[in-house]
Design a binder for this molecule. Structure first.
Ligand code: NAG
Ligand code: NAG
Ligand code: NAG
Length: 460
């Protein structure tokens, strides 16, 4: 009896061992293989031991049972079939379990149990899902005065969907770690952890600030931000927006300008192109003579064929501007002539109406009314002012007591320009652009309001 007792004490003390497992949880990504470490200390040969792994929540079903030197299938949880194995060297007391194709349902506490004839021990290993969280979002906001005179920026860093709980690290551009005293964790219903942290920095402190969230040094996510103050952000934004607006306005103006130019070219318009007369070198100053046979009946052409006036005593005209045209006609080249509207040497009042220009058909050849003739003229009526005959009463200028009117006909560029020839630089009054092609005669009408003549000036 005593012997048995002594023998059993000896056996008991000889078989004594403990189990070594990791202190912290073991984590693995879903779908991967994971090892749950467990080993005997001292490293006894555990081949003949009963080695069992089970999930703590359900100890009646085993994950793995190794007994009598074989893996046993009794009470085996079907979910672990073909997915688990003892991968360590049992002879050296390594009874670690490998689990393949890790699923979310596998998470939990696993118990490793080893039993010799005289001794048994158990220890648990916590297995958790390792999930890499969402990309790190870093944003900044003005934070007012940080310290005296230093305006701070509140930089915030957030990332979610982590498992297990990640660590968050702030760093400056020199790689120095910044204190993360304002870091908060939150666990959602699925057990995933989100982290957020904020930090006050001064913009001059660092070129950029980085925020790193990770499980260890391998599984990390990082983001950087340049801590710009709102003022500079707004300034840069304003600058960019202004530039875009300026470019848009410039483009619109350019388009409008081109359209306006096209309009001028296709229609006659009040806009005149300032072409200094003297620069047109091949302009011929022409000497004109009026053709009395083309004169309206109410008009009187002087004997030298240079001036024309309205015969007030005689007639009643049915039109405002009875006319006479020149003997000369122009179909090519450039021609310039002057018409005296108001003889300043005479005591006469300025003329109350007149009309001077060019026309394609002499009056006598066609009896069509004025409106159907090709006529480009500058007309004047007291009260209405100067106007182009194609633009009824659109006033050009109120200036009416002009003495001499210059006309420049450019047959090649199909332009007719009127100048105030009194002025030393003969400033232009009006230009007809794209006048119809053809042969033109000088057109003069003294109007019907007074009997003062208008005169073609001799060219010298
Ligand atoms: C047990 O075996 C596993 C797999 O071979 C190995 O990773 C682990 O380091 C071993 N443990 C000890 C304590 O030797
Ligand atoms: C892992 O498990 C999933 C379902 O959970 C299954 O579709 C897939 O085939 C498994 N892979 C392996 C290698 O067992
Ligand atoms: C910085 O911003 C976070 C939120 O993004 C806020 O909770 C915190 O109070 C702010 N800190 C300061 C000093 O404004």
């Amino acid at each position: 009896m005593l012997l048995i007792c002594i023998a059993s004490v000896l056996v008991c003390s000889a078989a004594e061992f403990s189990l070594v497992v990791p202190e912290s949880s073991v984590s693995a990504q879903l779908g991967s293989s994971v090892v749950l470490p467990c080993s005997l200390s001292p490293p006894l040969n555990s081949k003949t031991f009963e080695v069992q792994w089970y999930k703590n929540e359900d100890s009646k079903k085993t994950v793995m049972l190794h007994k009598a030197e074989n893996v046993q299938e009794i009470r085996r949880d079907a979910r672990y079939k073909d997915r688990v194995s003892l991968i360590g060297e049992l002879e050296k007391g390594n009874i670690s379990l490998e689990l393949n194709n890790f699923t979310a349902a596998d998470e939990g506490e696993y118990v490793c149990h080893a039993q010799s004839i005289s001794w048994y021990e158990k220890a648990s290993v916590n297995l958790v899902v390792k999930a890499l969280g969402s990309p790190v979002v870093v944003s900044s906001a003005d934070a007012g005065i940080l310290t005296s005179h230093v305006l701070g920026v509140n930089v915030t860093c957030t990332s979610g969907g982590w498992s297990p709980k990640p660590t968050l690290t702030w760093r400056d551009s020199a790689g120095r770690e910044l204190p993360n005293t304002h870091t908060h964790y939150r666990t959602d219903s699925e057990g995933l952890v989100s982290v957020s942290s904020w930090l006050l920095v001064s913009p001059s402190q660092s070129d950029w600030i980085s925020c790193t969230v990770g499980l260890n040094h391998q599984e990390v996510r990082e983001s950087r931000i340049v801590p710009l103050r709102g003022f500079w952000k707004a300034f840069i934004l304003t600058l960019v927006v202004s530039l875009i607006i300026i470019i848009i306005i410039f483009t619109i103006l350019l388009i409008l300008f081109k359209k306006a130019k096209a309009a001028v070219n296709s229609h006659e318009s009040l806009q005149s192109e300032s072409v200094p007369l003297n620069t047109t070198e091949n302009t011929k100053r022409v000497s004109l003579t009026l053709d009395p046979s083309t004169a309206a009946k109410c008009l009187k052409v002087s004997r030298d064929g240079k001036s024309v006036s309205y015969k007030t005593l005689n007639s009643k005209s049915d039109c405002k501007f009875p006319d006479v045209v020149s003997k000369e006609k122009f179909g090519s080249g450039q021609h310039y002539w002057e018409v005296m509207i108001w003889d300043k040497t005479s005591r006469a009042q300025p003329k109350s109406s007149w009309c001077v220009g060019v026309t394609q058909k002499p009056h006598s050849e066609t009896q069509k009314p004025h409106s159907e003739k090709v006529l480009r003229a500058l007309c004047y009526e007291e009260g209405s002012g100067l106007y182009a005959n194609t633009h009824d009463f659109s006033k050009i200028s109120t200036e009416c007591n002009m003495y001499t009117l210059g006309l420049h006909l450019d047959c090649e560029r199909r332009k007719l320009t009127f100048y105030n020839a009194d002025k030393p630089f003969k400033h232009d009054l009006y230009t007809f652009n794209t006048i119809p092609q053809g042969t033109y005669y000088a057109f003069l009408s003294p109007g019907v309001k007074d009997d003062h003549p208008i005169r073609i000036l001799n060219q010298d």
